[in-house]
Structures are given as structure tokens and as C-alpha cells.
Design a protein around this ligand. Sequence first.
Ligand SMILES: CC(C)(COP(=O)(O)OP(=O)(O)OC[C@H]1O[C@@H](n2cnc3c(N)ncnc32)[C@H](O)[C@@H]1OP(=O)(O)O)[C@@H](O)C(=O)NCCC(=O)NCCS
Length: 165
Amino acid sequence: MFAFFILFVIIGSVLTLSSMQYKVRKIKKEDYKQVKKLASETYFPPRISWKRGPEEIIVSALKKGKCSAIGVFFKEELVSYLDYKESDQEAKIGFCMTKKEHRSKSLMSRLIELLLERKNKEFFVETHEDNKAMIRALKRQGFKESARKIDRTDGKETVVYTLKP
Ligand SMILES: CC(C)(COP(=O)(O)OP(=O)(O)OC[C@H]1O[C@@H](n2cnc3c(N)ncnc32)[C@H](O)[C@@H]1OP(=O)(O)O)[C@@H](O)C(=O)NCCC(=O)NCCS
């Protein structure tokens, strides 16, 4: 019985420690190198029409101030990233990615949740219909399908998810 108690305490401490090692914050200029690395490691293959890889497109938009971004860091390493563009009335979530080894730990859900907490506006996200993980993370936060489109670059169906304030 005592051995079980000790085991329980040890497992509990390790879990607490590892969740404490995840830190969420805004993406700053110093992080751009890490954003590039994460994008080139994790993002789905670039669309044929894109003249540059996703990592170039993401960092260039950040540099030009076209979007803002938040990220989750594990021991100072960027492991999850979300960017968005916003006006007074609405916000569009753009590129989202989580490093493979850190997926399904609710990191993207947490980033989406944080973004929603701070802003009282309508949110949009467009994703491919076969992106089950992204759709699951969006539905968890209450997003609902609002439109369907055909992506002209790959002929695949994309789904627009919306969350109204
Ligand atoms: C989509 C992505 C960002 C999700 O990141 P994540 O940090 O793993 O997301 P979360 O853990 O918050 O949520 C994912 C949910 O999908 C579930 N999931 C994962 N793979 C799944 C699959 N193949 N089918 C169904 N559900 C799946 C997870 O279990 C989790 O649900 P749960 O919290 O109820 O257990 C990540 O998979 C990724 O980087 N993919 C490649 C890039 C990409 O597709 N970006 C999105 C473009 S719009």
C-alpha cells in the first residue's frame, strides 16, 4: 500500500513538472529563427502554387507586421505556434503547428483558448476537411463549420470554421 502511495507521488510530481515546463507567450523577433525551424519540421507540404516554403511565408508575414503570433515553449524550445490577423470586429487564425513529439497534449487547444479569452470578436479558421486533429481542437473551443470551399491549388475541400462572440 505504502509502495503504491510513493509511486503515485512520484508519477504526480513528474507530470506536474513536465506541464510546468510548458510556457506560453507572444512570439517576439528573437523567436523568428525557431518559428522557421518549427515550420520546416512540421508543416504540411507547401502548396504547389506557393513560390516559397511555409517557413518563409510565415516569418515574412511576422516581419512585415501582417499578423501576430503566440507560442508554447518547452524548455525554451518553440513547440507549438499559432498566428492570427485581426480587425476590430474579427480575427482570422492563420498558420498553426505543433512539433510532432508534443502533439495531442492540448497545446494547440490551449493557444486557441488563450486567443479567445482576450478578444470579444468573431473568429475564423480555414482548414482541410481531412485535418482531424485541427478540427478536433477547434470543435473543443466551440467553433462551428460555416462554409466549404475548394482549394484551387490542390483541388481539396477546405472548411471554414467560425466562432461568434
Ligand atoms: C493540427 C495541429 C496543430 C494540432 O496540434 P496539437 O497541439 O496536437 O492539438 P491539440 O492536442 O490541442 O488537439 C488535437 C486533438 O485532435 C486529436 N487528434 C489528433 N490526431 C487525430 C486524428 N488523426 N483524428 C482525430 N483526432 C485526432 C487529439 O487527440 C486532440 O484531441 P483531444 O484533446 O480531445 O484528445 C498539429 O497536429 C499540427 O501541427 N499539424 C500539422 C500542421 C497543420 O495541419 N496545421 C493546421 C493547419 S489549419
